[in-house]
Design a protein around this ligand. Structure first.
Ligand code: AMP
Length: 144
């Protein structure tokens, strides 16, 4: 299974982004209202300046307390963002997420972001693929 298929199977292709300079207090609202665990920091919705996940916020809260909420996203986001390509395999993306210990990865074409996939999207796609394979094998064995 390819990343492009995983993206197509998602309910929505749009990626939730915030602009550089957004205060963390606003980011917390955006994450909560959209029921998501990470967002991309971008000034135009296409070029990726950074990524920020709930873990980054929890880390800052643990270190510095609620005062960190008046910082901007730029102070806390990860700038060295790993991306994947539409024709990468789901297995490669899962390996990267597992090795690097993150659960979100933007799908890039050059410097333009096409979408974002989470570890949940990849696992769901692999499970439905395995289900199809199981049905095909059962069919062969039972002679359907
Ligand atoms: P996550 O597991 O995605 O909630 O993120 C865990 C940590 O990895 C956080 O510090 C994120 O900012 C960072 N992170 C998440 N996704 C990526 C990515 N694609 N590339 C680089 N860092 C990331």
């Amino acid at each position: 299974m390819l990343v492009s298929q995983i993206l197509r199977n998602k309910e929505t292709q749009s990626v939730v982004t915030v602009a550089p300079g957004t205060p963390l207090s606003e980011v917390v609202k955006v994450l909560s209202e959209n029921r998501i665990g990470a967002l991309v920091v971008s000034s135009d919705g296409k070029k990726v300046a950074g990524i920020l996940s709930e873990r980054d916020i929890v880390r800052e809260l643990g270190k510095r307390g609620a005062g960190c909420l008046s910082d901007t996203v730029d102070d806390v986001m990860t700038r060295n963002v790993y991306g994947c390509k539409p024709d990468d395999s789901a297995d490669l993306v899962l390996q990267t997420m597992t090795m690097k210990r993150f659960r979100h990865i933007p799908v890039m074409e050059g410097d333009q972001m096409l979408g974002l996939i989470s570890i949940g999207d990849v696992v769901a796609a692999r499970m439905s693929e395995l289900e199809l394979e199981k049905d095909a094998l059962t069919g062969m064995i039972m002679g359907y």
